[in-house]
Design a protein around this ligand. Structure first.
Ligand code: TXA
Ligand code: MG
Length: 330
């Protein structure tokens, strides 16, 4: 199959609609990362997405809908706090999990009785979803366990030959996947951290829990248990307090002829004596936005990425730390 990267216009949207209505998959941009979308009502189209990615079949997908879509078609109960969250943060990088009405294919939620719904704010994503006119099930458009794609070229390098079209919406500004919040309990519970932070959710909903997987327990969000987001080269992660050890490791590598790069934020980069640095930038938004971009740049030119954690680890940095830890887990 020949894979084409297309600008978003009437022609490419018409072609995308044909593909989706015929059971195929199309990659499209969102404000977080690129998604690989299929018709959520079509079981074999959804199953095909799992095959294309090599995704484990117990890791459910998020359904993406246009801003005007009435989600009461798909879910049975929307608590008051979820309505407030939707009003405050949608469209945007927040995915909400509800009790499902069972209208979409059971393959979307891998047999769970819940459904994750997301309304992306990216202009191209909204145009795509409006044009399709159906809920679109979409995981990130990477090969399973690889770093999520934040440019059309990243999608191409993972899925070339496996899909027909990649809609190009430029570099994703958010840079890490949406916050996933479970809205089936009395209070919202974060299943995956992201750009909409725990503090932002608690501020609107009055309270916010955070779910962590305990040893031996079955995961409430099955995606949590998998190794994720890993670059193709070797990686190591040093805590901010151990940044001098990271610098020493880098020096040893360079002396031994190992092509190592340090990945860290701008402030840390200024305090470190290393020539080869993958600089994530200064502000929290920049660091999140550049994380996957720099991991993908790093895997192309480095044999080893020596990552240093940011000093601050709450708010948006909680999401960055979650991804960085998973990227560097062996
Ligand atoms: O930003 C994003 O969310 C991107 C873009 C493309 O929208 N999508 C994304 O999809 O990251 P994916 O498939 O890579 O991650 C979906 C996450 C997984 O951790 C999965 O376990 C969780 O959402 N999830 C999906 N449905 C769920 C459900 N019914 N209950 C609990 N967790 C669910
Ligand atoms: Mg993913």
């Amino acid at each position: 199959m020949h894979t084409r990267i297309l600008q978003i216009n009437e022609d490419s949207l018409n072609e995308s609609k044909d593909i989706i209505l015929n059971g195929g998959a199309v990659a499209f941009p969102t404000e977080t990362v690129y998604g690989l979308g299929a018709n959520a009502f079509d079981g074999s189209a959804v199953e095909n997405i799992f095959k294309i990615k090599g995704r484990p079949c117990d890791n459910p997908l998020i359904v993406h809908v246009h801003n005007d879509y009435d989600i009461s078609n798909l879910v049975s109960y929307v608590p008051e706090y979820a309505k407030l969250l939707a009003k405050a943060y949608l469209p945007g990088p927040l995915t909400m999990v509800y009790k499902s009405k069972g209208k979409v294919s059971p393959a979307v939620s891998c047999g769970l009785d819940t459904l994750a719904i997301r309304v992306p704010s990216h202009k191209g994503a909204q145009e795509f979803l409006k044009h399709i006119g159906l809920p679109v099930a979409a995981p990130s458009a990477n090969v399973s366990k690889h770093v999520s794609p934040v440019t059309a070229e990243h999608v191409f390098s993972d899925l070339n030959g496996k899909i027909e079209i990649i809609l190009d919406g430029g570099k994703c500004v958010g840079g890490i996947e949406s916050t996933v919040v479970d809205c089936t309990s009395d209070i919202p519970v974060i299943l995956r951290s992201g750009l909409i932070t725990r503090e932002m959710i608690a501020c609107v909903a009055g309270d916010c829990g955070e779910y962590s997987l305990k040893e031996g327990e079955s995961a409430r969000s099955p995606g949590m248990k998998y190794k994720h987001y890993s670059p193709l080269c070797e990686t190591m992660l040093f805590d901010f307090c151990d940044r001098k050890k990271a610098e020493k490791k880098y020096e040893e590598c360079i002396a031994a002829g190992v092509n190592a790069y340090i990945l860290c934020d701008g402030a840390t980069a200024n305090s470190i004596k290393a020539k080869k640095i993958l600089n994530l930038g200064e502000s929290e938004a920049e660091i999140a936005s550049n994380l996957y971009f720099k991991l993908r740049e790093g895997e192309k030119k480095a044999e080893l990425i020596i990552a240093i954690s940011p000093e601050k680890q709450d708010g948006v940095m909680a999401g960055v730390m979650n991804r960085l830890t998973k990227a560097c887990k062996n």
